[in-house]
Structures are given as structure tokens and as C-alpha cells.
Design a binder for this molecule. Structure first.
Ligand code: NAP
Length: 280
């Protein structure tokens, strides 16, 4: 019997995808754990998505990440979708099973919660109301993960109020839509504030949010990681609030995906953070 290690192939499917940090992350771990394999960019135009996803098995891939703009459409191409991904309404990971079938999962919610726990190991979701700004794909992952961790009240506040209302209707309690105009006052008693809008990202204006009513102990998190400290996080830090940036979510969402392909739950080390930060 051959003792040669199996070459494991994985990648990230998106359009465009050349900006993705995922190859840096996963190839760092492949090397760190002495594994044999590679993680590659898979630029796939939307019209080619069905063929590309079906081709994973024939090409010998263990699976792949799915990124913008394919996260919703790829779900319909799976043989199985795990319950959390179904509730989020999108997948970010595909696993090719030994029988060739495809399973879709979503690790973004895990990544978000883990980023809070990395920063505050005793963090709990049920210590007070949460406010989530935004109602897009990132918001859905954050909301599902916080609800699963026992958050009792999740205020969803979005520029387009109908999308926040739709989330309230879909998820029911603990989600409650709050009009965008009330976002400043809605901070008054929260334990956690999460920005999932794109406001504050590089080349975008800062999030228009007055923190004056935010409790001093409230945790402020931003899923944006470029820049690492958004204007929101800088303002929160200056008034003494603890903060968590989006890098932890990015790194942690990759961990269960890597495990599903390579069989090792990888750790976030200073060397990994350094390798990622040079790509910013
Ligand atoms: P998305 O589905 O397009 O949602 C964008 C959200 O931003 C919507 O709620 C949108 O509100 C809001 N928005 C856009 N322009 C706005 C403005 N001028 N004022 C107020 N709100 C505005 O995007 P997404 O996939 O959720 O991504 C959102 C952010 O999360 C991005 O910065 C992305 O890079 C980041 N992200 C980070 C990670 C991570 O691993 N750290 C993972 C996923 C996403 P409307 O509904 O009114 O348009």
C-alpha cells in the first residue's frame, strides 16, 4: 500500500476573486500543518456557476469556498445544505463527499461569534439587547449565530427599512426591526453593537451613527476588515468601549472549512495574522 500523502485540492469560487485573502490563509495552514495540497483561486462567471460547481468532483477537489456573487445561487446546486446555511440563506463552503455528492455549509456565523469569544472569552449573547446595523448577507449570518447563542433581543436597523422588517418576519423573536432614523436612540441599553453595513469600509464614507447614548461597557464590533479600525471602532475606542474588528470573523470562518477538507481544525497564530496583514 502506498504511504504517499493524498494531495488535497480546495479553492475559492467567486467573480471577481483575485482580491480574495483565502488562498493566503489556507495555504499558510497547509504549510504549517505539513499537509500536501493547494488552495487556489477559481474565477467563475455567474453564467458558468452550475458547470463549475458540478465540475468540482471531476477535478478532484475536496471542496471550495463560495464568495460574492455566488453565495445564494450556489445553494441550489447542492445535494445537501446544512440547517444553519439554510437559515442564513446562503453557503460559503462546499464539501465534496466520498460518494461525490455536494454539501453546502455556512461558516460566517461561527466565524463572527468566535471572533467575539477570542476577544472576550467570557462573552455571552444573552447579557442585553443587541443592535445589528444592516440587513444584507453578513447581517443574516450574524443574526442567526447570535440567536443560536441565546440573544434575547436583536434589533435590526437598516437604511432600507423593508429589509429589516423582512428579517423580523422571517426569523420572528428575538429579531425586531428598528427604523433607521431611530438608530442613535436605539443604542441606549445595548450590550453589543454590530456594524454589518459597508459604511466605514475603504473608499466608503463612515457609518453615520452617534454613539453618545451607547453604554460605556457595550461591545462594539464591525465585520469590516479593511481598514482594520473603521471610524466606528475608532470612535468607540476613544470613548472607552471594547471593540472587535472584522479580521477575527474572516479568519475564524475559514477554520471549519479547512477542517472539512484537510481534516485539521487550524489555529489562528501571530504568524497567520502577520501573513494576512501584509495583504492589506
Ligand atoms: P450586502 O448584502 O450588500 O449588504 C450591504 C448592507 O449595507 C445593506 O444592509 C445596505 O443597506 C447597507 N448599506 C449600503 N450602503 C449604505 C449606506 N450608504 N448607508 C447605510 N447602509 C448602507 O453586503 P454584505 O455581504 O452583507 O457585506 C457587508 C459588509 O460586511 C462588507 O463590508 C463586507 O466586506 C463585510 N463582510 C465581512 C466578512 C468578514 O469575514 N469579516 C464577511 C462578510 C461580509 P440597504 O439594504 O439599505 O442597501
Amino acid at each position: 500500500m502506498s504511504t504517499a500523502k493524498k494531495f488535497v485540492l480546495a479553492g475559492v469560487m467567486g467573480w471577481p476573486v483575485s482580491h480574495s485573502r483565502s488562498p493566503t490563509l489556507h495555504n499558510h495552514w497547509i504549510q504549517h500543518y505539513g499537509l500536501t495540497g493547494s488552495y487556489v483561486l477559481l474565477p467563475v462567471e455567474p453564467s458558468n456557476l452550475p458547470d463549475a460547481v458540478r465540475g468540482l468532483r471531476a477535478l478532484g477537489f475536496a471542496g471550495c469556498n463560495i464568495t460574492i456573487p455566488h453565495k445564494v445561487e450556489a445553494m441550489a446546486l447542492m445535494d445537501r445544505v446544512d440547517p444553519m446555511a439554510r437559515r442564513i440563506g446562503a453557503i460559503n463552503t462546499v464539501v465534496v463527499k466520498p460518494d461525490g455528492s455536494l454539501t453546502g455549509t455556512n461558516t460566517d456565523g461561527f466565524g463572527y461569534v468566535q471572533s467575539l469569544l477570542d476577544a472576550q472569552p467570557d462573552w455571552r449573547a444573552d447579557t442585553g439587547p443587541v443592535i445589528v446595523l444592516g440587513a444584507g448577507g453578513a447581517a443574516r449570518a450574524v443574526i442567526v449565530a447570535l440567536a443560536d447563542r441565546g440573544a434575547r433581543e436583536i434589533r435590526v436597523c437598516n437604511r432600507s427599512g423593508n429589509k429589516a422588517m423582512a428579517l423580523q418576519m422571517e426569523f420572528g423573536a428575538p429579531v425586531r426591526a428598528v427604523p433607521w432614523e431611530q438608530r442613535h436612540e436605539a443604542l441606549a441599553d445595548v450590550a453589543l453593537l454590530v456594524n454589518t453595513t459597508n459604511q466605514g469600509m475603504d473608499k466608503q464614507p463612515a457609518l453615520d451613527l452617534n454613539l453618545s447614548q451607547l453604554p460605556a461597557h457595550a461591545l462594539v464590533s464591525d465585520v469590516i476588515y479593511t481598514p482594520l479600525e473603521t471610524p466606528l471602532l475608532a470612535a468607540a475606542r476613544l470613548r472607552g468601549n471594547p471593540t472587535v474588528n472584522g479580521l477575527g470573523m474572516l479568519l475564524n470562518q475559514a477554520r471549519p472549512a479547512f477542517k472539512s477538507w484537510f481534516g485539521v481544525m487550524p489555529e489562528i497564530t501571530p504568524a497567520l495574522i502577520q501573513a494576512i496583514q501584509v495583504t492589506f
